[in-house]
Design a protein around this ligand. Sequence first.
Ligand SMILES: Nc1ncnc2c1ncn2[C@@H]1O[C@H](COP(=O)(O)OP(=O)(O)OP(=O)(O)O)[C@@H](O)[C@H]1O
Length: 256
Amino acid sequence: MSVLATRDLIIDVPERAGGMPLNLVIEPGQVWGVLGPNGAGKTTLLHTLAGLHAPRSGSVQLNDSVLGHLRRRHIAQRLGVVFQDRQDGFPATVLETALIGRHPYLSPWQMEGADDYARAEAALERLDVAHLRDRLVSTLSGGERQRVAIATVLTQAPNLWLADEPTNHLDLHHQSAVMALMAEQAAKGQAVIMCLHDLNLAARWCDHILLLYPNGEACWGPRDSMLVPSALESLYRQKLAVVEVDGAPVFVPIKG
Ligand SMILES: Nc1ncnc2c1ncn2[C@@H]1O[C@H](COP(=O)(O)OP(=O)(O)OP(=O)(O)O)[C@@H](O)[C@H]1O
């Protein structure tokens, strides 16, 4: 059974005439990278896959059920989203924020229990923000906030991660640590779909790639068949040099 599948999905990007129908099948254990230039529709796609944005046509299936027919709580027990932008709705500490990841499993007035706290604290530890547990999220740096957002989804423990540029704001060490976490989640049988701007992180950590073009065209498949320099140059309208480092290609923009 696939974790997520799309049937002739066309995402609803304003002022875009059409687009290529997406027929994706995301299996447990896979790490997908969604690549494309600014405005190509990566965030729109991710929100559509999360059931937060209606498709123009076609459908999304979560564990073989039509997403639109499932209750939000049921969806939240299976699918976690790392958003690109977050607003702090109300003042909350880092630990309180991570505990939000347990809400899909609690009844409306049920308090979090010892197991919920243990999961949240382990997730904060994993994301290297445990020392900030009592700080208000609004006082954190951009990278610290990003790690708290990822820790919240880790606390949620979904089968499917939908992460919009999860390495945004992160220093090199934490970029690598977050990508390793995504790979570790997949190795445990979960599935990960990430929008990425860094081709080199995609080349090193993703096993499947979806290329999204600004006109709605798309292609997808195993990483090595997608990360073809000429295709990437046309996707980004940018000349690239490619070298191999540590067994993976490294793409470098070049002048001209
Ligand atoms: N509410 C809106 N009204 C008008 N246009 C919108 C709206 N929301 C998104 N768009 C447009 O839809 C297109 C796709 O946006 P989206 O955020 O999905 O792109 P993206 O590939 O994630 O871009 P980026 O790499 O810059 O994050 C963009 O051209 C954007 O301006």
